[in-house]
Design a protein around this ligand. Structure first.
Ligand code: AVI
Length: 320
């Protein structure tokens, strides 16, 4: 997988670019076409995602925020003060600001595939917390988490809010969690947000909102892929589909061809029949015991968790 930022402003170069093109075209040519959800996050996709987090139907962000506020003191006690906070997939860094303030964190490292978006967010974080040594690292977390060499190795807290872990299939999730554990070894820990199972109608509305923002976010991946591989997808010809798969306990997002589509890119292409789909995302809703089992598989020890009154969402602290 490519290790460089893949935003429009910072296209991957050389070998990384070739690997990225290859990854995308292989997945498009597979019998069941797919696009990795990491390609959602060009600048426009990051902005659309921020808009999703403010939608009335998208309960995840506000439920997590309320939990973090309500149990802020207990969470801070479990974590301990003076931490080096590392946030993979940091995005807007909004959640890190509150946490770093509460923990009197010494350092912050945000890692995100949308590097230019992250730079701005880290600059705002520095302005809000002038005592904090805050850094931005552009990179694909699925290709390995590498930190600047002068970041202290002790008292690390890996912060992974937003239930982004749900966007990985369980084996990939365990591998990513194990990497996070390796980063936090030496007395560190993980603080992670997890969306839990809940009534199907609530889940499906959260991923198919009335204003169509999630639909725009899903279709935007085609524009980003066009800019990365030189393809000629017409996003207006693809319909957003989102539904709960109860067997796998996950929301699936797909793009469905409104009519027959002939898509071309330099060196290749594919025809899609009307109704054919490209799978763009899974968002797993693990029951809490199943999630703590994944943490144990990744090598984490003691866990402590906080959930809201409806049992819709959990924040989990796990020692590395
Ligand atoms: C980033 N991630 C946790 C979001 C989710 O809920 O799975 C991405 C998203 N996809 C559609 N809406 C939001």
């Amino acid at each position: 997988a490519p290790s460089l930022a893949l935003s429009r402003q910072a296209q991957p170069v050389g070998q990384a670019y070739a690997a990225c093109r290859r990854e995308i075209t292989d997945a498009l040519l597979a019998p069941r076409a797919s696009i990795s959800p990491k390609y959602f996050y060009d600048r426009r996709g990051s902005e659309l995602f921020e808009a999703i987090t403010r939608l009335p139907e998208y309960y995840l962000t506000r439920t997590e925020r309320a939990l973090m506020r309500r149990h802020g003191r207990a969470i801070a006690e479990a974590v301990g003060a003076g931490r080096v906070v590392i946030e993979p997939g940091a995005g807007s860094c909004d959640k890190a600001r509150d946490l770093c303030r509460r923990l009197a964190a010494t350092h912050f490292v945000g890692v995100d595939i949308s590097a230019d978006y992250l730079q701005g967010a880290v600059a705002r974080l520095r302005a809000a917390l002038p005592g904090l040594d805050a850094r931005a690292v552009g990179g694909d977390i699925t290709a390995g988490l590498r930190l600047p060499p002068d970041i202290p190795g002790q008292r690390r807290l890996v912060f992974y809010p937003g239930s982004s872990i749900g966007n990985f299939d369980p084996p990939q999730a365990v591998a990513l969690l194990a990497q996070m554990r390796a980063l936090a070894q030496g007395g560190g820990a993980l603080l992670i947000g997890v969306d839990l199972p809940k009534p199907r109608a609530v889940l499906e509305a959260a991923y198919d909102d009335a204003a169509g923002v999630t639909a725009a976010f899903n279709r935007n991946v085609l524009a980003h892929v066009n800019s990365l591989i030189g393809s000629d997808f017409d996003p207006r010809q693809w319909r957003h589909r989102a539904f709960f798969n109860p067997v796998a306990s996950r929301i699936e997002m797909h793009l469905e061809a409104l009519g027959p589509q002939r898509v071309r890119w330099p060196g290749g292409g594919r025809d899609f029949a009307a109704g054919e789909r490209i799978h763009t995302e899974n968002s797993y809703k693990h029951p809490l015991p199943a999630f703590t089992a994944l943490l144990r598989q990744a090598g984490f020890a003691g866990t402590q968790s906080w959930t809201d009154a409806r049992g819709w969402y959990a924040v989990v602290h796990a020692r590395a």
